[in-house]
Design a protein around this ligand. Structure first.
Ligand SMILES: C[S@@+](CC[C@H](N)C(=O)[O-])C[C@H]1O[C@@H](n2cnc3c(N)ncnc32)[C@H](O)[C@@H]1O
Ligand SMILES: [Zn+2]
Length: 273
């Protein structure tokens, strides 16, 4: 039995044929791509949430080119080092599964056995993730209502995704680990300089989080050189600024043919208290 729970009654879900089913016979079909939709409309409202098709495709195109591979490698080493044999790894807000799949590969290359789960509120994103890696269990679900059993996970990953401390604390075992990736102060500084009249540095919040002990931080900083308009556009549409950009900024962006910009990530680790 896995760790997914019924979003209606919170009972454990078992696989039966092409569905997940609970004791109260609530049933959730597994899509052909392999993910299960555990989103209830009362948790999302009527509007479409999460990343849309264009954003999912842009992220996939960009990440596939390896621009963020130093972060991927540091993440894989960190998660692998924190995972015990028989452990459960959970990626909350997994997007199209680039990092989730990389962790799966890294675990497979080690002598550790572990199950990996991923959720994202965007069905388009989890569908792409499920197609990418059959060996990971993906569900459409919100990080604010996680359909997973209490204290079922050993390592939780939250990578550039919304944070829900209560849910992360609930699903992690006592002593379990949380690995969080956030942009550092200078992340994409030259991209912002090229697009905005008054660019601002990213604000990095204090590391302390309720219910968790902060155990470490890795700073991952380097420069990337983009020499195609498409990569620059893809990178921009992965950022939160994408939503807030006016016409003047769009035009400046479209006129950029090459760009050297700083990458600045922080990879934080926590222990659930
Ligand atoms: C910046 S992307 C990061 C995706 C992935 N972790 C990565 O680093 O490639 C943020 C992701 O959070 C998802 N998201 C937004 N709100 C969410 C929520 N309430 N629950 C789960 N996922 C959410 C979006 O759909 C998107 O895939
Ligand atoms: Zn149920």
């Amino acid at each position: 039995m896995g760790i997914f729970t019924c979003p209606v009654c919170a009972g454990n879900l078992d696989i039966s044929g092409n569905s997940y089913i609970c004791q109260n016979r609530h049933s959730f079909d597994i899509a052909r791509s392999g993910y299960v939709n555990l989103l209830l409309s009362k948790h999302t409202g009527k509007t479409v949430h999460g990343d849309n098709k264009l954003m999912v495709q842009a992220r996939r195109d960009f990440l596939e080119k390896g621009y963020y591979s130093p972060l991927r490698d540091a993440l894989c080493d960190t998660v692998c080092g924190l995972t015990k044999n028989g452990g459960i790894i959970f990626d909350a807000g997994c997007g199209e599964g680039y990092y989730t799949a990389a962790v799966r590969d890294k675990i497979d290359q080690s002598d550790i056995a572990a199950d990996i789960y991923g959720i994202d509120v965007s069905k388009i994103a989890v569908e792409a993730a499920a197609k990418r890696k059959k060996q990971i269990k993906f569900a459409a679900a919100s990080v604010f209502h996680i359909p997973a059993a209490d204290q079922s996970c050993d390592v939780l990953m939250t990578l550039f995704a919304p944070y829900c401390g209560e849910e992360y604390h609930r699903i992690l075992k006592a002593g379990g680990a949380m690995v969080m990736a956030i942009p550092g102060e200078s992340h994409l500084w030259q991209l912002k300089e090229a697009v905005y009249d008054t660019p601002y540095k990213n604000e990095v919040k204090p590391y302390e989080l309720e219910g968790f002990e902060h155990t470490g931080v890795q700073h991952i900083s380097y420069t990337i050189s983009l020499d195609s308009r498409q990569d620059i556009q893809s990178l921009f549409s992965m950022t939160p600024y994408y939503y807030k950009t006016g016409r003047k900024e769009q035009e400046r962006l479209a006129a950029l043919h090459r760009l050297d910009t700083q990458i600045d990530f922080q990879l934080l680790t926590y222990r659930r208290i």
